[in-house]
Design a protein around this ligand. Structure first.
Ligand SMILES: [Mg+2]
Length: 129
């Protein structure tokens, strides 16, 4: 069973995503801010991270920065969950080290399609990150 960590400070959103993922057969770890997420990533080694951008303590950009600075996590896929859908945000998110992003609000079909895409992508060493 694949393990997915959700970092999201808004508990209603986090619970909704957890329920959707669990119904799809994934094991889900939850974190309510970026720092808690990073600690759980180190301890529990999820297969994929879905991270909100705006979170207290450590936001999504801070979280992905810490992940990319840790060589033991160089193959971990990190996908941003963002409500932003404006031009330029994709470049900002990808430039920060995320592997991609999913725009909120999420529907189950999109969530499963995206999650399966990132879990299925062959692991590769990231150059320059
Ligand atoms: Mg948030």
């Amino acid at each position: 069973m694949k393990t997915i960590l959700i970092a999201e400070d808004y508990s209603a959103n986090r619970e909704l995503i957890r329920e959707m993922l669990e119904s799809g057969g994934y094991h889900v770890i939850q974190a309510s801010d970026g720092q808690e997420a990073f600690e759980k990533i180190i301890e529990l080694r999820p297969d994929l991270v879905l991270a909100d951008i705006q979170m207290p303590v450590l936001d999504g950009y801070g979280l992905v920065h810490k992940i990319r600075a840790d060589s033991s996590l160089c193959n971990l896929k990190v996908v941003a969950l963002t409500a932003y859908a404006m031009d330029g945000d994709r470049e900002k998110v990808l430039g920060a080290g995320f592997d991609g992003y999913i725009t909120k609000p999420l529907d189950m079909k999109t969530l499963f399609r995206e999650v399966e895409k990132y879990l299925a992508t062959p692991l590769e060493k990231k150059a320059g990150t």
